[in-house]
Design a protein around this ligand. Structure first.
Ligand code: PXP
Length: 253
């Protein structure tokens, strides 16, 4: 517990640096340096660094994951599709954390959560392999009661709730409805003994309501942080995001 969270469970921040790599890949340069971004984010208050090694390698490259994991100074969370190739990479590199996400090549970003119910035995096998490699593995899922049940059946110890629909809602009523789904899903998962994380589409403006959900103990945030960094620098962007999270957390009763 720390003072900034008013005595409630502290909320960790995982900074996703994919879009630092997007900028580099846009020109095929060696800058900006993803490992340097990870160090700056950690120094500014991040608790871990997330990278999504997509099948099409559009931003993060294999060498980025290797460099970050092998440096050993920063806890790495590897977002990965449920494929044989990605499972082999995770087992070989052994990041501290991994998060299984659905992936379509044509999508702009991860759309929707993993369908755990529809591929229960494949998810269970993947979790067994990741656990066997000593990796803390999470499932990225929609705030849906049946998917959470399925995550528990698959042996998940961690889930990350998809906050994208909440973040995209422009109508206040729709946003409140999505928030209520996330509150309910987080409580359900916690009651099943699963640690709850959340992420996708979170910004300094919409993060407070998610930070105020006590069952959620970690947020993973990328795109908005890198966008803020264009104007204020990465260090300040991480600090401001932390401040917005902490102020939401203080609103817990
Ligand atoms: N969590 C997961 C599982 C994701 O796939 C992503 C996007 O890569 C994020 C969090 C971060 O989302 P955003 O970049 O919108 O903050």
């Amino acid at each position: 517990m720390n003072d900034s969270t008013n005595g409630h469970a502290p909320l960790r921040l995982g900074v996703n640096v994919d879009h630092v790599a997007t900028l580099r890949q846009a020109r095929g340069t060696r800058y900006p340096d993803v490992a340097e971004a990870a160090r700056v984010a950690m120094a500014a208050g991040a608790d871990s660094i997330t990278v999504h090694l997509r099948e099409d390698r559009r931003h993060i490259q294999d060498a980025d994951v290797e460099t970050l994991v092998q440096a050993g100074d920063v806890p790495i969370n590897l977002e990965m599709a449920l494929t044989a190739e990605m499972l082999d990479i995770a087992e070989r590199l052994k990041p501290r954390d991994a998060c299984l996400v659905p992936e379509k090549r044509e999508e702009l970003t991860t759309e929707g959560g993993l369908d755990v119910r529809g591929q229960l035995s494949a998810v269970r096998d993947a979790l067994d392999r990741l656990h066997g490699a000593g990796i803390q593995a999470a499932l990225f899922i929609d705030p849906d009661a049946d998917q959470i049940e399925a995550a528990a059946e698959a042996g998940a110890r961690f889930i990350e709730l998809h906050t994208g629909t909440y973040a995209d809602a422009t109508d206040p009523g729709a946003r409140d409805e999505q928030l209520a789904r996330i509150v309910e899903a987080a409580a359900q998962a916690r009651d099943l003994g699963i640690e709850v994380h959340a992420g996708h589409g979170l910004t300094r403006d919409n993060v407070a309501s998610i930070a105020a959900i006590e069952a959620i103990v970690e947020l993973n945030i990328g795109h908005a942080l890198v966008a803020d960094a264009v104007f204020m620098g990465l260090r300040e962007a991480v600090r401001e995001m932390r401040a917005a999270m902490d102020s939401g957390r203080r609103a817990l009763r």
